[in-house]
Design a binder for this molecule. Sequence first.
Ligand code: GLP
Length: 241
Amino acid sequence: MKIIITENMGEFNKVAADIVSRQIKNKPDSVLGLATGSTPLGLYAMLIDMYKKGELDFSRVKTFNLDEYRGLPKDHPQSYYHFMYENLFNKINIKDENVNLLNGNRDESYRECADYEEKIKAAGGIDLQVLGIGHNGHIGFNEPGTPFDSVTDLIDLSERTIEANSRFFDSPDQVPRQALSMGIKTIMQSRNIVLLISGNSKARIAAKALNGPITQNVPASVLQLHPFVTVVLDKEAAVYL
Ligand code: GLP
């Protein structure tokens, strides 16, 4: 694992944007795995900026998002579909047909999940997966206890996650109780991974995930087994490392 501790969010976002932009410049038809949440927002803003300056071309890039809530309409302000279009896709020259998100509204979720795995394989696998981390160590929506060999599946969200994500909804009862998420094995099959961790509320879980035992109780600890992971932290998230 390569660990990069940055001084502030400006540097944090720049380091992350350098990793993603280098990937796209080296391989213009890169397959990117993308994450939602507040942590990658600065990265996405920098990528948009680079595109606007003519430094980056997304016309051949393909993307696969990690996860999506079950049952929220696509245009719901808290759907990850909406998040990704608002915060990235509408502002760069990516082609709609190259954007892949799990459909949280398909009746047969298991088929949606199996099809997603096939689509990732057909695209040649993920070159670079961007990850955030939940306060309980989840990656994507793979909650503590998820087996390390899990593939894309329908997930029951933990109380901790529902509570953390309720900040985006009017009340906790509006937070969906289920989501579709790439599995841990699916994530581990990515050729390269960049894990972004910021803020003091993530400091304890960062130390557990990066320095603690590799255990299903801390899903992100599995990343210690991946040969090409870069972890970018801000100072606040790195205090217990
Ligand atoms: C959600 C997403 C995760 C994300 C996590 C952390 O639960 N499913 O993919 O990593 O939140 O989000 P934030 O960056 O807002 O702390």
